[in-house]
Design a protein around this ligand. Structure first.
Ligand code: C2E
Ligand code: MG
Ligand code: MG
Ligand code: MG
Length: 282
């Protein structure tokens, strides 16, 4: 018994150390995030989005953190930490501002003038008292065309307060901002939400696309999302489309919009320009 107790103690100590390490890593990330904007360590990548006939109709902006010693840090490793604090607020403002500057650029070019740019907005930012006002400011400053900016929100918002969420979405739509429900199907999706909220688009989460060639229940889910969206007059976009087979299968199911490595990876603007001769400005 003593032996066992010792062993337990050791493993507790081990877990403690593990927990401590994780806590310390979070703390490091947190304190370094503070400086990241000032030191210009963030960068936006853009992943192009395609129609069923292979035309680009827009892009999603995805943040990257180029850390001076730790290298490239993925948003999945720092956005959740930023979201737990108010740090997400200046980061999101930086994202919106940077994205608007890029969108304005696109609107000056014939080939890209109708592209829609999507940005990810965390629940914490969306729920800020002055979020609508802030969005309005950006639209005014850059004179962004109506309905060319799209916000990607996740279902985590919806559990909060449906009425407040709906009112805020309506106010954003009145400003000419589109709204997409990101990672659809992974959270507390309810058919009520789809009906009650003024959404423009649902984005089928990539976890449903991965095994679409063999997983019958994933196929059934995607089929019903497409039908439902059609009935409610919502756009459907599939994310995580990695292969030609994915694309063709989804197209057969009636999906009309696509995003994924098969079409394009998230890229820097200069690479997007280099890869699309039509973008080379006169
Ligand atoms: P998300 O909004 O669902 O973005 C899609 C993620 O899937 C991106 O990961 C993208 O690079 C990745 N992806 C795209 N195509 C494929 C594919 O074909 N296969 C696979 N396996 N993955 C694909 P990323 O860029 O690492 O971003 C992860 C998450 O971080 C995003 O998920 C979003 O929730 C969050 N995020 C990214 N940028 C921002 C931002 O500016 N603000 C906020 N609040 N969150 C952000
Ligand atoms: Mg997204
Ligand atoms: Mg997503
Ligand atoms: Mg996601």
């Amino acid at each position: 018994a003593l032996h066992l107790a010792k062993k337990n103690e050791q493993s507790f100590a081990f877990f403690d150390r593990q927990a401590n390490n994780i806590a310390q890593a979070h703390l490091d990330t947190y304190s370094q995030l503070h400086k990241a904007i000032e030191y210009k360590e963030f960068e936006l990548y853009y992943q192009l989005q395609y129609t069923e006939d292979n035309k680009i109709f827009g892009a999603e902006a995805l943040i990257r953190w180029n850390h001076p010693t730790r290298g490239r840090i993925s948003p999945d490793d720092f956005i959740p930490i930023a979201e737990k604090t108010t740090l997400i607020l200046p980061i999101t403002s930086w994202v919106i501002n940077t994205a608007c500057i890029q969108l304005k650029q696109w609107q000056k070019n014939d080939y890209t003038k109708d592209w829609v740019l999507a940005i990810n907005i965390s629940a914490k930012q969306f729920l800020e008292e002055n979020f609508v006002k802030e969005m309005q400011n950006y639209l005014n400053i850059y004179k962004i065309k109506k309905n060319s900016l799209k916000l990607e929100l996740t279902e985590s918002l919806l559990v909060k307060d449906l009425d407040t969420t709906r009112d805020k979405m309506k106010a954003l739509k009145d400003l000419g901002i589109q709204i997409s429900l990101d990672d659809f199907g992974t959270g507390y999706s309810s058919l009520q939400y789809l009906k009650k909220l003024p959404l423009d688009q649902v984005k089928i989460d990539k976890s449903f696309i991965k095994n679409i060639l063999e997983d019958k229940s994933d196929i059934a889910i995607i089929k019903s999302v497409i039908l439902l969206a059609e009935a409610l007059d919502l756009q459907v976009i599939a994310e995580g489309v990695e292969t030609k087979e994915h694309y063709e299968f989804l197209k057969d199911l009636g999906c009309k919009l696509f995003q994924g490595f098969y079409f394009a990876k998230p890229q820097r603007i200069k690479d997007i320009v280099a890869n699309n001769y039509k973008l080379l400005n006169k």
